[in-house]
Every structure is written in C-alpha cells, then in structure tokens.
Write a protein that binds this ligand. Structure first.
Ligand SMILES: *Cc1c(COP(=O)(O)O)cnc(C)c1O
Length: 392
C-alpha cells in the first residue's frame, strides 16, 4: 500500500510499538491462567494487578474499583443495564444526552422496551449539554445519569464536574462514557464525582477488545458476564492477560506524554481548522472551539455528500470519516449533528478528521489541498449548488 495519512483516530488508533512489546511475552511465555495456583499463573496475575494499579492511579481511584472488560461498548452496557437492575426498586428513570455513542443510546433504548423511562437531554449548537435542562429532568425516581465525557464525532468536552455535582446532590449515580477522553485529558473520579466510567484500549494506542469499567466502591451493581469468579466475581471469563497488559502499558504511555501530545495535536488541529475555514466557502466547523478534544476536526461542507468525499479522500491515501464509523453504510445522518441543530441535508455533508501526534503540518497541507479539490469537483456535479450559485 502507498503511504497513507491516517486521520481517523477517534475510530481507532495504531497500537504503539512499546505496547505491542509489553504484550508479546504474555502470549507464549507467560501464558498461564491468572487464576491458577502455580508460578506460571502467578506471572499473569502479577501483570494483571500491575495494569490495574496503573489505571487506578491514572484516575485517582483504588485498584479494587477497576474491572477489565472487552472494551468500551461492554463497559457502557454493563454500567447502564446492571445499575438499572440493581436500583430498580428506587425507580426506573434514567437521564442521558442526545449525543451519546450508540453503545449508550441503544442500551437506553433497550431499557425503554423493558419499562424504563429515559430522558434525553438536549445540547446547544456547540454540542454542550444543557445543565439547566439536566437539573429539571431530575425526578425522585431517577437512578442514573449517563453522559459522555467527550463526544466522538464533534470532540466537545462536557462540563463533567457540574454534571457530577448535580448527580451527587440528588443522590443519583453518575456514569460517564470516557472512551474518547481517557488518556487524552486528565480525569479525577473524586474531584468530578464520577461513580462509573467506561474506557477502551484501542482509543489510546492500546489493543482492541480490551477496556475497563471503573465502579466506585459501594455502588450496587451485579455482574454482567456470568461464570467464574474473575474480577471479584463481577465479570466472569479468563482474563485477557495480553490485552490487560497492553491496556496498562497504553495508559502509562498516554498519561506520561499527555501534555506534549495534546500540544502537538492541537497545533495540527488548529492549522487544519484555520486553513479549511479560510479557503473553502460554505463550510462550518462543528463542535465547541475551546472545549474540544485536541485531535478533533469536524466540518460540514454544503452541497456535498460525506460518503463521496470519503471515497475520493481514500483515493488520495487519506483515511477520514463522516458521521460516526458505526453508522457509515446507513443513510441516516449523524444523530449528533442533528442534535446540534443541523438540518438533514447539511448533516449529510460532514467530515471528521482526527489527528495523532504522528501527523505533520506537511500532511495537513496535502489534506487541505485534497479536500479543496474534492469539494470543488463534487460541487461542480451538484445541481443544488448550481441553483444556489445562480440565485446568489
Ligand atoms: C469507540 C467508542 C465506544 C466503543 O468502544 P469499543 O471499545 O469500540 O467497544 C464507546 N463510546 C465512545 C464515545 C467511543 O468513541
């Protein structure tokens, strides 16, 4: 394959070489079952304990509050469904937002079918949650607030501390899907009053298929995967030792390099934003300019179909995304872009570019030049654009 420019780090990231290196011995040398008695198993157990400690430390949590799962989706499902069941005698009302990842939204819809009531809080034009709306939505039978830390499409970072305070004042559990935020921004579960937090290895240069759920001590929650006594009997299944080691190594790396990495990324991000805004007419940046993940750029280009743009970008070796990866293939526009008030026809023309520290300014120049050319070409073919130009 020719050189590619990878700008889809919100979909997944490259596993860092030092993460792979840390994992390798746990495939064929230290392959023992972490729950066994002999020394070979003890090596695995030690490695799992070390990763758990690293992760707990990164969140200001205790090791006993970290539960390994098979990724972000499982953590979200577990947190929401199991909390709903554990607290149903108190009530069956859950609050979430309109811009959650489908792992949260579809789980809430599943619970609706089971007789739970869900309130979906609105966001403003920048994609920031309406805190007044949240306060008003709280009821005596509300058992859980699940609101994401940072959005995977438009990169907005939510006022998590304020949400945590509202939850705490009202004695409601607060779960946050931090899959896009963990390893990218500092998180302190104590200061932010977070009761449960989901994260996933492959969004922070760790391996796929591994994640964790932080569950604050004292939160009543049943196990999600039934079976053996792993993860203090709360999540059965032989430990994915290489994955857990990889996640720990990725977390260690992410927190050590966070500041310089986000500086590099935001420089690339801001360069992309400023060139695109200046040089392409009829485009709009989606998401908040300040409260934004350092690697996220999301634009809509009017009179353009996102999918066509992606195919043409791919032809130029550029990996990007339109809407969210999970919905590509479907014709529905992104629920996030609709929630920030974009009309259907405009929401279809979105492009998400999520950079990494490995990208360069030269690459960004090539990307902007390519986008300009593609937007031009697609608009030439658009009857809507022709009409628009004639009228204006
Ligand atoms: C990627 C992502 C998920 C899903 O995580 P997986 O590990 O792929 O299951 C959940 N929430 C958000 C915000 C994400 O970006």
């Amino acid at each position: 394959m020719d050189k590619i420019i990878y700008l889809d780090n919100a979909a997944t990231t490259k596993t860092a070489p030092q993460v792979v290196e840390a994992m390798l011995p746990y495939f064929s040398n230290y392959y023992g079952n972490a729950s066994s008695i002999y020394r070979l198993g003890a090596e695995s157990k030690k490695a799992v304990a070390k990763s758990r400690e690293v992760i707990a430390g990164s969140l200001n949590a205790d090791s006993s509050e970290i539960y390994f799962t098979a990724g972000g989706s499982e953590s979200d499902n577990w947190a929401i469904i199991a909390a709903a069941e554990a607290y149903e005698t108190k009530g069956k009302h859950i609050i979430t937002s309109r811009i959650e990842h489908h792992a949260v939204l579809h789980t809430c819809q599943y619970l609706e079918k089971k007789g739970y009531e869900i309130t979906y809080i609105d966001v403003n034009e920048e994609g920031i949650i309406d805190l007044e709306g949240l306060k008003k939505a709280v009821r005596p039978d509300t058992i859980l607030i699940s609101i994401m830390f940072a959005n995977n499409e438009i990169g907005t970072i939510q006022p998590v501390k304020e949400i945590g305070e509202i939850a705490k004042e009202n004695g409601i559990l607060f779960h946050t899907d931090a899959v896009q935020a963990y390893g990218h921004v500092p998180i302190d579960v104590e200061a932010l009053h977070i009761d449960m937090l989901s994260a996933s290895g492959h969004k922070l240069n760790g391996p796929k298929g591994i994640g964790f759920l932080y569950i604050r001590k004292g939160v009543k929650i049943r196990s999600f995967i039934h079976g053996g006594a792993q993860e203090r009997s709360r999540r059965a299944g032989t430990e994915n030792v290489p994955g857990i080691v990889g996640l720990g190594a990725a977390a260690e790396r992410a927190f050590e390099s966070m500041e310089q990495r986000s500086q590099k990324e935001s420089k690339l991000r801001d360069y992309l934003i400023s060139r695109l805004e200046k040089e392409i007419p009829y485009c709009r940046l989606n998401g908040d300019r300040e409260r934004r993940l350092s690697n996220n750029v999301n634009f809509v280009f009017r009179f353009i179909e996102g999918e066509s743009m992606l195919i043409m970008l791919d032809g130029k070796g550029i990996c990007a995304s339109s809407g969210s990866a999970c919905t590509s293939g479907s014709l529905d526009p992104s629920h996030v872009l609709l929630a920030i008030g974009l009309p259907h026809e405009i929401a279809h023309g979105s492009l998400r570019l999520t950079v990494s520290e490995e990208n360069t300014l030269e690459e960004m120049d090539y990307v902007v030049d390519s986008i300009k050319e593609i937007v031009d070409r697609l608009r030439q073919m658009s009857p809507l654009y022709e009409d628009f130009i004639k009228k204006s």
